[in-house]
Design a protein around this ligand. Structure first.
Ligand code: FEO
Length: 394
């Protein structure tokens, strides 16, 4: 695939990774692959904004060479240190040792601790501008979106925002723009990205969006560092971010569980039936056959999170723990919840679930549902009624 022109003199020169299935080590499933987007600006000073993950260095260089000799690059803007974007910086600096690097103070510290390059760093802060010829680049620090070093680069004259990870999606496509691809898939991946990476920083997302709005800048195009470029409708992803950051929920509940000998599963299905009787959408996920990151994506617009596990060794099943730990870190907003589960002699699982839901900021709206051994019809009715109560509350 060749480089792609965004507008006169501005090119996507990144790489498409069709095969990656896990990101951040094993932490994030990427069923649809990803892209590492880098942008080349041809002006009096040739400027590269971000690089790509090191295994894709050849693809980046091939794309740059379609336009210019990489040795002629004058400036490299590093919006974010994480290696999926800065990994090829040493290669670029080897070819263009005269190039100046523009990044935040924390960006410099992070780059030095990754690559030990001793390069010519130029530290920028919010509002700083770099004139590269006909064009002006404005920098906007964006700490914790999603690393302390993160920043956005705004191309003033072209009204293009290059915000690195923000507004990105892990999806590999052969086209680069939002008007060329299946947008249902893109929005699905954008939601997953937000839910799994940016959710805990939602207050900062709202603050940053407010700050950018107050700057009064026009945004014709958003070129994130992953996935497609928002050309036709950049407002679509900005509005989605506002909704997700505010924790706006739909009439939807998730019932998430695992089971040993089907007792907890029977309880889960009775809870779902109760929610359904209240006219509310319920989605049932058995953890051992579901993708945890996909469940977290579903959580982004769900009002209720109901989690069940039988008791083993006085505690939850081991495969229920990672989701609860993720929730504690992600701190989803405005959720209600409940714990349930079967036991044999000593309980314990529901206590752990409730405690972890509370630690994640979930409001517990019903006492834990417990059943000894196998649920009786009456006990299943109790589960149904609890589900109905949750549905009515939603
Ligand atoms: Fe896509 Fe935070 O790196």
């Amino acid at each position: 695939m060749p480089s792609v022109k965004l507008t006169e003199g501005v090119y996507w020169v990144g790489a498409v990774d069709w095969n990656i299935r896990y990101f951040h080590g094993p932490a994030y499933s990427t069923h649809r692959g990803t892209t590492y987007n880098a942008y080349l600006i041809m002006d009096d000073e040739i400027t590269l904004v971000d690089t790509v993950y090191r295994p894709f260095a050849d693809e980046l260089l091939r794309h740059i060479r379609e336009i210019v000799d990489p040795a002629k690059i004058d400036n490299v803007v590093i919006n974010h240190v994480e290696t999926d974007h800065s990994g090829t910086l040493p290669v670029i600096m080897g070819l263009a040792p005269q190039a100046k690097i523009y990044c935040t103070q924390r960006g410099k510290e992070g780059l030095e601790k990754h690559y030990f390059g001793g390069w010519d760093y130029n530290i920028v802060k919010t509002g700083d501008e770099l004139k590269i010829g006909k064009r002006t680049l404005t920098f906007i620090e964006a700490p914790m979106l999603h690393w302390p070093d993160s920043m956005f680069t705004y191309m003033k004259e072209d009204a293009i925002l290059l915000p690195n990870d923000a507004f990105g999606q892990h999806i590999a496509t052969n086209f680069r723009f939002d008007d060329e691809v299946d947008m249902d898939e893109v929005m699905d991946e954008a939601a997953k990205y937000y839910a799994n990476i940016l959710l805990p920083f939602s207050p900062l997302v709202l603050k940053k969006l407010d700050e950018v709005t107050k700057l009064g800048i026009e945004i014709k195009m958003i070129g994130p560092s992953h996935g497609i470029i928002w050309r036709k409708d950049p407002g679509r992803i900005v509005n989605a971010y506002v909704k997700w950051a505010k924790g706006e929920a739909e009439r939807k509940a998730l019932v998430i569980y695992d089971t040993m000998w089907e007792s907890t599963e029977k309880m889960a299905k009775a809870v779902v039936a109760g929610i359904t009787s209240a006219g509310v959408t319920a989605k049932l996920f058995k953890l051992s056959v579901s993708d945890r990151n996909d469940i977290i994506k579903e959580m982004i617009n769900a009002k209720a999170v109901i989690i069940g596990s039988p008791t083993i060794n006085n505690d939850i099943l081991p495969n229920v723990a990672p989701l609860l730990d993720d929730l504690k870190g992600l701190k989803p907003k405005n959720k209600i919840g409940m714990a349930f589960g079967s036991f044999g002699w000593g309980g314990g699982a529901v206590g752990t679930i409730e405690e972890k839901l509370k630690a994640a900021g979930v409001e517990i709206i019903h006492d834990p549902l417990t059943v000894k051994w196998v649920p009786t019809p009456d006990e299943l009715t109790r589960c149904f009624e609890a589900g109905r109560m949750v549905g009515e509350k939603i």
